[in-house]
Design a protein around this ligand. Sequence first.
Ligand SMILES: [Zn+2]
Length: 260
Amino acid sequence: MECIFCGKENTAKSIEHIVSESLGNTVYLMERSRVCDECNRRFGKFEREALSSTIFLMERARMGIPNKKGNAAQGQLGGFGIQGNKDLVKNLVTLTGLKEEDIVDWKPESQTFTLKLPTFEKNEVAVSKTLLKIGLEALFTSKKQVYKKYDFKELRQFLDNTNQAEWPLVVSAPAHGKFESIPINYHKFELAKTRCHLLYQEADQQTLLFRFSYGGIAMTINLLGRDLNWLEHYQAPAGHETIYPAHFRAKLTRLLAQRD
Ligand SMILES: [Zn+2]
């Protein structure tokens, strides 16, 4: 079989999970030998980083999703240590490294405060790569006609490290336009059990959006390239703070100013 990423003929026997096992997926898998061992190994590195040092870690811990070895999610996010319950009980997360300045809006009468968790700890590249990998594998598996319509050269060159320039994404902003599910029937149903949804939207020739939501977070990325045009729709009231990595916000503001 031909690897869908590097094109090499291979007979890899390993099982490629479209959505990582550590996010609770055991059923949505790639056809054998469609991802070669070399690509699979490379993907493992950024997937591990994305799942253990970003907001995904918090969601895995909160939902009691075990890792491949059956243990609770554990890792570091910003200055916080995050550990899910060892018996995988939902909504029991142990947080260490909490400092006084992290406690905002303390209300003694109701004993509540707001804790702002960082989304990334300089791991945006690992997250972009993980989303692009999931998006392409899902389309190949469940929406072949959409997969065949586009050229994913830029995506492949990012994943094989030929071009390492950062790739923008939007975090937890409301969806703009109409999205449809990539997986259908059984796969869609099983993934929904961990509040995992894979959606796509064909916007224009340069924009094929992939929206990945998991628990309380949602991320949107353009599978076709680093083009910023589509991002104007995701402008938050105070600016572009839903767009990552942060330097794309200034770039987008300039781009929109030129257009006016
Ligand atoms: Zn490959």
